[in-house]
Write a protein that binds this ligand. Structure first.
Ligand code: ZN
Length: 324
C-alpha cells in the first residue's frame, strides 16, 4: 500500500498532503515488476536445479537398488542351476542306471537354444546395459532347455518304471507248489544222477516232491503256451511270460489250463502226479530264459526270507538223484 506523505507549508501554516507524480508511480511499479521478475527467474532456476539433482540422485539410488537385486537374482539363478545339475547327475547315475537306460549325452543336455533372432532383437535396441540383459536372457534360455530335457528324461523313466513293473509281474518269482516247510525240494539244477539210468546227467530243472493231487501254481503272469502229454515230461504245461521268460511244469496228474489262456502268478494250473518219465509224484519245474534252461533257484525271491533262501540254495546244491 502506498504511504500517504504530508509536507508543512509555512505560507499556510498547514500540513498539506503531497500528491505523488504519475512518473514516480510508474517508476515504482516498473521497479517492482523488474525486481519480482529477477527474483522469480532466480527462484525458478534454483528450484529446477534442485529438482534435477534430486531426480538424478533418485535414479542413481534406484539403479543401485536394481543392480543389487540383479546380483541377488543372479546368485539365486546359479543356485537353481546347480540344483538342476544335481538332479541331472542323479538321473544319469541312479535312475537311468536302475532302469538300464543310457545316460543322456552331455552334448544334448548342454545344447544351445538357437534363439539368436531374439538376441539380435535385444542387440538392435542398443540398450545401455546390453551385456547384462543379454546374459540374463541367455542364461534363462539355457536353464529352460535343461529343464525341458530333464522333464523328458523323467517321462522316459516313468515309462520304464511302468514297463518294469509289468516285467516284474512276468518274471518267475515263487516256487511252483506250496513249500512252507521247505521239505519239498528234492533235486536241484545241474548234473544229477538219473533215477533210471543211474548215471550223471544234466538235470535242467528242480524237482519238488509232493503227494499226488497237490496244486501247482503259475510262478508269474503268463499266457499258456503248451498243455499236453508227451512221453518225457508226461502231462505238462509251458507258460510264456514274455520278456524272454518261459516256465515248464512236468509230470502232472492233470492240468487245468489250455493253450492261449492267460494266467496270473499263484493261479493253479494243474496237480502233482507222476506221468511220463518219473519215479515218484513230483513236479519237475524249469525256468527257460531266451530258449535256455537256467537254474530256477534264482527265481524264488518273492516268497522266501533270506534265511529260507539260504536253505533252498543249500538243498538245491546237494548232488543227489533226480526224480526226473
Ligand atoms: Zn526233474
Amino acid at each position: 500500500m502506498a504511504r500517504i506523505k504530508y509536507h508543512y507549508n509555512p505560507e499556510t501554516c498547514q500540513y498539506e498532503r503531497v500528491r505523488p507524480k504519475k512518473l514516480d508511480i510508474f517508476l515504482n511499479i516498473l521497479g517492482f515488476i523488474t525486481l519480482a521478475g529477477i527474483l522469480g527467474f532466480l527462484m525458478a532456476n534454483l528450484l529446477a536445479k534442485y529438482i534435477q539433482d534430486d531426480d538424478k540422485a533418485g535414479l542413481r539410488a534406484e539403479n543401485e537398488e536394481l543392480k543389487l537385486h540383479y546380483d541377488l537374482l543372479s546368485k539365486q539363478f546359479t543356485e537353481v542351476s546347480e540344483s538342476l545339475e544335481a538332479l541331472q547327475h542323479r538321473d544319469d547315475n541312479v535312475y537311468r542306471v536302475i532302469f538300464e537306460a543310457e545316460p543322456i549325452p552331455s552334448s544334448v543336455r548342454q545344447a544351445g537354444t538357437g534363439g539368436s533372432q531374439k538376441y539380435q532383437e535385444i542387440l538392435n535396441k542398443n540398450l545401455k546395459n546390453e551385456k547384462l540383459v543379454l546374459t540374463a536372457y541367455q542364461e534363462i534360455d539355457k536353464l529352460k532347455r535343461k529343464m525341458y530335457i530333464q522333464s523328458k528324461s523323467y517321462d522316459e523313466i516313468s515309462k520304464l518304471i511302468k514297463d518294469k513293473s509289468k516285467m516284474l509281474a512276468a518274471m518267475p518269482a515263487i516256487q511252483p507248489i506250496s513249500n512252507k516247510q521247505l521239505i519239498r525240494l528234492t533235486s536241484g539244477f545241474g548234473i544229477r544222477v538219473h533215477p533210471i539210468y543211474k548215471v550223471g546227467q544234466f538235470h535242467p530243472g528242480i524237482d519238488f516232491a509232493a503227494p499226488q493231487g497237490t496244486p501247482i501254481y503259475a510262478t508269474a503272469d503268463a499266457t499258456v503256451k503248451k498243455a499236453v502229454y508227451e512221453s518225457g515230461y508226461g502231462n505238462h504245461v509251458v507258460l510264456n511270460h514274455g520278456y524272454g521268460y518261459e516256465t515248464l511244469y512236468g509230470h502232472m496228474v492233470n492240468f487245468t489250463v489250455k493253450p492261449g489262456q492267460k494266467v496270473k502268478r499263484g493261479e493253479c494250473i494243474g496237480y502233482v502226479g507222476s506221468t511220463g518219465f518219473s519215479t515218484a509224484p513230483h513236479v519237475h519245474y524249469e525256468v527257460i530264459y531266451k530258449g535256455e534252461q537256467v537254474n530256477p533257484v534264482y527265481f524264488f525271491f518273492k516268497d522266501l526270507s533270506s534265511e529260507e533262501y539260504e536253505k533252498v540254495l543249500e538243498l538245491a546244491s546237494i548232488e543227489n538223484q533226480s526224480l526226473s
